[in-house]
Write a protein that binds this ligand. Structure first.
Ligand code: TYM
Length: 335
């Protein structure tokens, strides 16, 4: 925490506009951004360049960018505390990424778990090389703004460590150019699992193929109830501890939304039938999402105004990004 009078620590985080946001994105990321926003000087990015790394439909990308911007605002991010902008609106992200790629060993990228998982689902001839170099672009996002903290879910920890490795490599070679960021990962809600398969992380790409996999932030109350009712549990008739993976995931969602300790939820649900647990989790999620959904609709009613806000945030941030880029360009001999 910054001392009184000192400037606040810089926070940077981002989400891909690659489809509807799910409960994992909300509990692992956005909700924490909103809760802590007044402690920090925040930058929240819509990482459209990252959304090109898996097959996508160009005709809906602009729509998805607006969806995500409206979701950030509807969830409670205030432009008083945060700049919300689109990654491709500031070309310095791509320019820095190229320079960093030239200083990042291939082996570091091939070890990334997210790459192995996503690339593993497709044939090698079809995977775009953007998927491999994607964490370097993420490092550029973070390093451009002298970021101190990166609030993310558990799945992004390895990418933040890589960001530090890349930053340190440049600093060791050329002197102190970059500020070293730390991941900020909460104890609750950092790894929400799929409702249909609690062994896999809840993810946007898996939800496309299996609608019961994830709750989306814009799902209707009826859909939310049905998805929880069908969520995988185990063969026990009632909640017992230690709970199996499916039940533990439902309890984790519930305690994160309600801000409760494990001991409290254990007491609340021990011996209760699964239908009670599923009903209460659904109620808690519906209650948390209802006001967000209402604000979302109001914000999406004026898309041109929303795009103007995004553009003007990019204009305000550009000088900072360009100053860092210039520092790097001078060091590597491009200026
Ligand atoms: P993305 O778009 O996959 O996810 C956005 C955020 O949601 C979190 N998250 C989860 N948290 C808990 N449980 C889950 N099942 C779950 N699924 C996703 C992620 O940890 C993330 O915080 N590479 C990033 C985007 C990015 C970025 C950045 C993040 C690009 N540049 C710079 C931080 C800083 C990504 O693909 O996130």
């Amino acid at each position: 925490m910054a001392a009184p009078g000192a400037s606040k620590p810089r926070v940077f985080s981002g989400i891909q506009p690659s489809g509807g946001l799910h409960l994992g994105n909300y509990l692992g990321a956005i909700r924490n951004w909103v809760r802590d926003q007044d402690k920090y000087d925040n930058i929240f990015c819509i990482v459209d360049l990252h959304a090109m790394t898996l097959p996508y439909d160009p005709s809906v990308l602009q729509e998805r960018i607006l969806d995500l911007a409206a979701t950030y605002l509807a969830a409670g991010i205030s432009e008083q505390h945060a700049a919300i902008f689109v990654q491709s609106h500031i070309p310095a992200h791509s320019e820095l990424a190229w320079v960093l790629e030239c200083y990042t060993p291939m082996g570091w990228l091939e070890r990334m778990v997210a790459f192995k998982e996503k690339a593993g689902r497709q044939s090698h001839e079809r995977v775009g090389s953007g998927l491999l170099v994607y964490p370097v672009l993420q490092a550029a996002d973070i390093l451009l703004y002298d970021t101190n903290l990166v609030p993310v879910g558990e799945d992004q920890r390895q990418h933040i460590e890589l960001t530090r490795d890349i930053g340190q490599r440049i600093n060791q070679r050329f002197g102190p150019i970059f500020t070293m960021p730390d991941a900020l990962i909460q104890k609750a809600g950092a790894r929400i699992m799929g409702l249909d398969n609690p062994e896999t992380k809840m993810s946007k790409s898996l939800a496309i193929k299996a609608p019961g996999h994830a709750i989306f932030m814009l799902d209707s109350p009826d859909t939310i109830r049905k998805k929880f009712a069908r969520a995988q549990t185990d063969a026990e008739p009632a909640v017992r501890f230690p709970a199996g993976a499916g039940v533990a995931n439902l309890l984790e969602i519930y305690r994160t939304i309600c801000g409760k300790e494990w001991a409290e939820v254990e007491q609340e649900f021990a011996g209760k039938p699964y239908s009670v647990l599923k009903g209460r989790v659904a109620d808690a999620v519906i209650e948390a999402l209802a006001p967000i959904q209402e604000r979302y609709r109001a914000i999406r009613s004026d898309d041109p105004a929303l795009m103007r806000r995004l553009r003007s945030a990019a204009d305000r941030l550009s000088p900072t990004a360009n100053a860092t880029l210039a520092r790097v360009q001078r060091a590597v001999g491009l200026r």
